[in-house]
Design a protein around this ligand. Sequence first.
Ligand code: ZN
Length: 433
Amino acid sequence: MSGPVRALSGIELDAFRALRVVAGESMPYFLHALFAVSPVAAPGLGTFAVDAHWRLYMDPDLLIGPARWSPVEGGAALLHEVNHLLRDHAERADALPIPRSHIAFNLAGDAEINDDLIAAGVRLPEGVVTPSALGLPDGLLAEQYYAALRKAAEAHPDLLAGMDDGGPGCGSGAGTSAVAGELPAPQIDGNGPGAGVPDGTGGLSAAAAGMVRRAVAVAVQEYGVSKGRGTLPAGLERWAASTLAPSTVAWTRLLRAAVRRAVSAAASRTDYTYLRPSRRRVAGVVLPAMRGRQVRVTIVVDTSASMGAEDLAAAMGEVGGVLRAGQVSRDRVRLLSCDAETGVPQKVASVAAIKLVGGGGTDMRVGIDAAMADRPAPDVVVVLTDGYTPWPGQPIDARLICAVITDGSAQCPQTPSWATTVTIPRLPGRDAA
Ligand SMILES: [Zn+2]
C-alpha cells in the first residue's frame, strides 16, 4: 500500500523506538544520531531511506506489518541509514563531477558504510552491498568506490543498470534519488517543522546536523579510548578524526579571511576616496601617501557567550594574528567587553581581563554603538558572540564581522546581510566558563 508520507502512528513509533534500542546497543556511540533523526512513515516505500535533513523514511509495513523486519534486521537498517547522514553522503555526492550516477554513488556509499558495520559486529542481511561484493578492497571512501565503479562501467556499460533493482535506494540523504513525496527543507534553524510538514518530522538544519556529527565523532573517539585500540572499525575511526579536525581549521581560516578582507578594504577605500591625484604620481609606483591608511579595529566580546575561555582565546588568537600580519598596530586595536551583568560596554586591556559569565541575553547592539561612538571611530568591528542578540537594523559606518560561536541548537536572530558572518562551532561537552 502506498500513500503520502506522514508522521508515524503511535504503534509505529513504538516499533521504531524498539529498533532504535537494538541499534544503540550494538553501536552505542551512534545514540546521539539515532535520536536526532525525524522518523517519517512512507507507505509503500519498501525499505528505509533518509533525506538530507535527517528525516528517516520508513515503510510502516516493515515496522508493524506481517512482513515486518526483525529487531536485528531493523536495527541494522537504522544504523546503515544514520551512517549515510553522519558521513554526509548528500553533500559529498554534490561535489562529484556532473553527470553523476545516482546508482553508482548509492552503491559506493553503501560499501563505505557496510564494511564498518560488519567490523563492528552488526549482522547485515544477506546480499547487502559490501566492498568485496563489488570486487573492491575494504576501507576505502565512497568517492574511491564511485570512481572504481564508473571506471568498470566504461568497460561494461550494462554493469550499473544490472545493479539497479529499480528501488528508491537510500534517498537524497545518501546522495541518491529522493524518496517520492520527500518533505521540504526545514524553514528555520533547529528542530521546528516547516509549513505543511507533519509534527515531529521537521528535520535538522545544516548547522544542527553538523553539531550532531561532531557530538557523535567525540563519542566514537571516547569509545575507542575507553575500549582500547582495535575496537573501532577503521573507517569509523578515520571518519571521527576527520570530522573533528577540519572544521576547526575551517572556522579559523574563515575568520582570518574575513578580518583580512575587511582590513584591506578599509585601508584602500579611504585613500582612493580622499586623496587627490598627485602630479608626482608615476605609473606603477606607489607613493608613500598611497599606502593603506592606518586601519582601526574594535573587537566586541559578548561575555554571556556560551563559550569557554579556551574558545575565546582561540578566536582572539586568530584575529590578533591577522591584525599583526596586516600591520595593524596594537594601539589601533581596541577591545570592548559587552558586559552581560551591567549591560555597560567596558574597555579592557586584554582577553585575559574579560570575565565570561555564560548564559545568554546580551544586546550586542549596545556594544557596537559604544564601539562606533569612540573617537577616532573604528573601520572594522569584530563581534564575538553566541548569537543570542539583536543586530543593528541599518548598516554601520564600519565593516562588521559577526563571529558567532554556536552549538547549532539555538534559534538565534539572523545576522545582518550586510555584515560578514563566521560561524564557530562550539565543541560539544565544553561548558561555558
Ligand atoms: Zn544505503
